[in-house]
Design a protein around this ligand. Sequence first.
Ligand SMILES: *Cc1c(COP(=O)(O)O)cnc(C)c1O
Length: 398
Amino acid sequence: MDQDQSRELEWALETLAIRAGHERTGEQEHGEPIFPTSSFVYGSAAEAARKFGGEEPGNVYSRFTNPTVHTFERRLAALEGGERCVATSSGMAAILATALALLEAGDEIVASRSLFGSTVSLFDKYLGKLGIATRYVELSDLDAWEAAVTPATKLLFAETPSNPLSEVVDITALADIAHRHGAWLAIDNCFLTPALQRPIDLGADLVIHSATKYLDGQGRAVGGAVVGPDKLLEEVFGVVRTCGPCLSPFNAWIFTKGLETLGLRMRAHCENAQRLAEWLAAHPAVSRVHYSGLPDHPQHALAKRQQGGFGAVLGFEVKGERQGAWSVIDATRMLSITGNLGDVKSTITHPATTTHGRLSDDQKQAAGISEGLIRVAVGLEALDDIRDDLARGLDALL
Ligand SMILES: *Cc1c(COP(=O)(O)O)cnc(C)c1O
């Protein structure tokens, strides 16, 4: 271990984001290098045998390990406060690899109802086919979580805060429920990132990331990661190594550089989102704003205690149902009309007909996805420009 790495334990998050994980090569490079290579060579047949057999550490093949990917993994593990991180080709690959690593036929998952759409499809359609069933509960209702657990439950899975209503669950209380029943708790930490929430410190076993979102922060690449204890991550690594959803060195390098500005970006995202939420709440064409940074949000106190910030994804409801919402979206000239989020560019979408369009009317009602609901993932443009872009359509509704 060189001097830099032994110091990592004492570093603050801002420093870890910039310094952790880079093991310099003999070139003494200042920036993190990219190793775009599929394989690695050995000095002798005996060395090859030792490396293949795992008796000697070292790279063999980039589906298994790659130095650039390793830098990203070490940096994210340090930021999340986890023993180990395994990077994957996407956020969905991170969830799939976790499930394949930890679960088998007959096991059950209990998950929050408001999950990323593809996560629900993965659980219901593909894990269902393998004999792994998922029960869904209201995110913030701890009694419902407890009641849904059975002796077969092996994994509790939640996104907090939720998208797009910013609902929050008490991670420590949820971890208690999981551990009392011999299950693991995995938190999808995509919306807050370790800059604002460290689920492992709060008792979660595993953290899942879509690096595609705020870890990159600039919409350049698709990738994911799982962070947690060595013992579980060795199993996740086995899945990635064998089944192949590994992260490319180039994307890993992008995410590594993205992490360097994570703290600054998240603070700026939160500040823009808070001020936009307050402005929206005062606008006469807006009937309701869903943002945990507003004091009237049902979980404001919990969010304030558990999170280092309220995030930058917010929902608001306008008059005129679908027509009203669509007219506000169509009146924008700068905001990107897209379902994506976690970008320096602000995005806007109508959940009822896009991200949540697959839900039945009853499911939408249960999930709070009304026809008048608009989601904005607040970026880092000047707040005045974001406000002006929304004001055009909102003022026209009056
Ligand atoms: C985007 C997203 C995912 C999936 O990540 P991909 O990188 O698109 O595969 C999972 N969870 C959440 C909360 C997301 O927003």
